[in-house]
Design a protein around this ligand. Sequence first.
Ligand SMILES: *Cc1c(COP(=O)(O)O)cnc(C)c1O
Length: 457
Amino acid sequence: MNYISTRNNQKNFTFKDVFLKGLADDGGLFVPKSIKQFQKEELENFKNLSYNDLAAEIIYPFIGDFMSKDDLISLISKSYSNFRSNDVVKISHLGNLKVLELFHGPTLAFKDIAMQLIGNFYQYHLSRDQKKINIIVATSGDTGAAAIDALKGKSNLNVFVLHPNNKISPVQRRLMTIHEESNVFNIAVEGNFDDCQNLVKAMFSDEKFSKSINMSGVNSINWARIIAQSVYYFYAYFKVGNGQPLSFSVPTGNFGDIYAGYLAKKLGLPIDKLIVATNKNDILHRAISGGDYSQKKVEETNTPSMDIQIASNFERLLYDVKGCNSEVTKNVMAQIKNNTYKIDKSDLDKIKKNFVSEMLDENETIKMIKTIKDEHQMVVDPHTAVGIGAVRKLGLEKNCVVLSTAHPCKFPKAIEDAISKTENLPESLKYVNDRKEKFELLSNDIEKVKKYVMNSI
Ligand SMILES: *Cc1c(COP(=O)(O)O)cnc(C)c1O
């Protein structure tokens, strides 16, 4: 499969380029040049596959020039062997509503599903090309832990994780900072997630720097993550779709996980609406409900993994909406950068064919956790509560699946506020509370961060 950048669709890339680079040199995001839908008969054949076998069928067409299908099958099985659920994910029921639990991996959030696989993709690549890689990643709390777990101790690579200092939960931080492997580096940035993401983007676009350290990235803009995440939309459809199109509600920050659902729809999966559920950092809700894509200041909330105002993956949707015209997309991205972009009516109508949106503020989120506990004796994490709350506000419970993105024990404060009770870590992760933490506190200064990286490798 050939890939292009959303800002220049004249130059072709292979999956390996796309995977290792993460972001295109022109600042655009990689997307396939064209996407082939699965035929009805193919979908029919997927119906009874295990999660791992389904993953191989969905992912292989995107990466065929990188590895053989047999290699992919064995990497998938290795990646998911340590998940706490036999079939990687689980589906539970809240009355009519279905909840797709994606948090049974080693760091208790959906990020593990793509990241464990990516870790093994790196190892596969490095077993053939020994040139040392430095992976630099920004995190709003969960990506970093998932990346570290997937990459710690692997030879010929280092992983640097930038998190916003004091803006993630202590459990989220501990899952990143307690590791002793010498290839793991944590940086606490005095700033918010968007600052961390901007630092990583700036390092990427500094070609001299990024080439000199052979830099690579695993943020949600990495196409490999998107394809790995598409798999669970298919899985849910085959488990609970009953032949009817399903809607999916997705607690959204960087527009990555929900874009994976959009990709599943483009691949031919019968999806009705994709519900964008946000907290009060609601740029995506404002955009999808009324075309307002103006960037406001990031506010801290009890759903920190969505405290984002630059939804990077939205560029991929805009590229589609603009008829795959990379010149126009580049223009739009420049307007977004100047904070002067508004989505026009005809583009918005196109977006609304596939997406609806809703927002929950902090009180509503806490109340939703309590309501779900009272009604169904189930404790959900605050991000999942936002996903459920959005569906209920929109009245779309019928034929709808909510993505449950994290284990409630990752956000003890919100759970305590809602139901006056704490959620414990699963037994296998209790050690996280006892180990010594290690991280470097740096100001939001690109030169300081670069220097730290250079001195560490
Ligand atoms: C990352 C994350 C999200 C948001 O996912 P995006 O792909 O950034 O939209 C939601 N919930 C949790 C728990 C997360 O870790």
